[in-house]
Ligand binder design. Structure first.
Ligand SMILES: NC(=O)c1ccc[n+]([C@@H]2O[C@H](COP(=O)([O-])OP(=O)(O)OC[C@H]3O[C@@H](n4cnc5c(N)ncnc54)[C@H](OP(=O)(O)O)[C@@H]3O)[C@@H](O)[C@H]2O)c1
Length: 275
């Protein structure tokens, strides 16, 4: 009889401890997950990615450079959906502005769980006219800006027990560059290496931080391309059509959800890279 009572008391104690542990875990879990998307003011790829993340319940830190009005309109739209959203400006070629961007985002939201780096420049120029300044400028925005954003976000994520996910954006065409964009391709060629390097570095600080890269094909071609150029880009895909920015957003969600994938580059290009 005494033994039976002791056993029941022991079981009750263990159940009580389990309950308390569960409550502690729930208190520690983040109330909201925060995604920062760079280059997301204008209705381009970053903006569509930000919307997709908002639909998945993320609070959104929307970065922009010059597109202040579009960024404000997007924030207003996301808030109508019940999403916590705020816009933050920065020129990502200025290291000081990136520091300020992250200070503001972390002060506002308290954490960062996802970073998607969609801010970039893409300038056409024949090789003969490409200057050192052209190469430097595109490298500063596309490569250095991406690196500094990823490093700051990654180190913040490494401090969080839940870690975080970084998704960089390169370009399928660094494997087979087309004409007149040498400075751009030089800057984008570093993105896969940067991705792998940060995946390795950050996993050592917190194995729950993952870094992956998307290599888009023609998903949102610039308006200044003529019909011939657009037809050429589409003809080069295996699926014989242009993609959509939503295809990139789907890949971002995949990288967030699949916690066994890190350090990889995923072409989202309709088969353009093997076409
Ligand atoms: N579009 C495609 O089909 C395609 C194909 C292959 C690869 N990609 C890659 O996918 C990514 C997104 O493409 P996208 O076409 O959406 O890009 P995008 O329209 O060329 O640029 C996105 C945003 O980058 C921001 N940006 C430019 N310079 C900046 C700076 N110095 N500081 C901060 N932000 C700056 C601009 O923000 P503001 O407007 O606020 O100034 C711009 O709206 C890029 O990395 C691009 O290389 C795109």
């Amino acid at each position: 009889m005494q033994n039976q009572q002791n056993l029941e008391q022991q079981q009750n104690l263990e159940e009580q401890q389990d309950l308390e542990q569960q409550q502690n875990l729930e208190q520690q879990a983040p109330q909201h997950r925060v995604a920062l998307v760079t280059g997301a003011g204008k209705r381009r790829i970053g903006n569509v990615v930000a919307e997709a993340l908002a639909r998945r319940g993320f609070s959104i830190a929307l970065h922009y450079n010059r597109s202040a009005n579009e960024a404000a309109e997007t924030v207003a739209r996301l808030r109508l959906w019940g999403c916590q959203a705020a816009a933050f400006p920065a020129d990502v070629s200025e290291p000081g502005q990136i520091e300020r961007l992250f200070d503001q985002v972390l002060q506002h939201f308290g954490r960062v769980d996802v970073l998607v780096t969609a801010a970039a420049v893409w300038h056409r120029k024949p090789l003969e006219e490409t200057t050192a300044e052209d190469v430097r400028r595109q490298w500063e925005v596309n490569t250095l800006g991406t690196f500094l954003c990823c490093r700051r976000a990654g180190l913040a994520m490494a401090e969080q027990p839940e870690g975080g996910v970084i998704v960089t954006i390169g370009d399928w065409a660094t494997r087979r560059p087309y004409h007149d964009y040498t400075a751009y391709f030089i800057s984008k060629g570093a993105i896969p290496t940067l991705t792998r390097s940060l995946a390795v570095e950050l996993s050592r600080r917190n194995p729950k931080v993952r870094v992956n890269c998307i290599l888009p094909g023609p998903v949102m071609l610039p308006e200044y391309l003529d019909e011939h150029e657009v037809r050429g880009a589409v003809a080069g895909t295996l699926v014989k059509r242009a993609g959509r920015p939503e295809n990139v957003a789907q890949a971002v969600l995949f990288f967030i959800e699949n916690d066994f994938v890190t350090g990889v580059c995923l072409p989202v290009d309709g088969g353009r890279s093997i076409g």
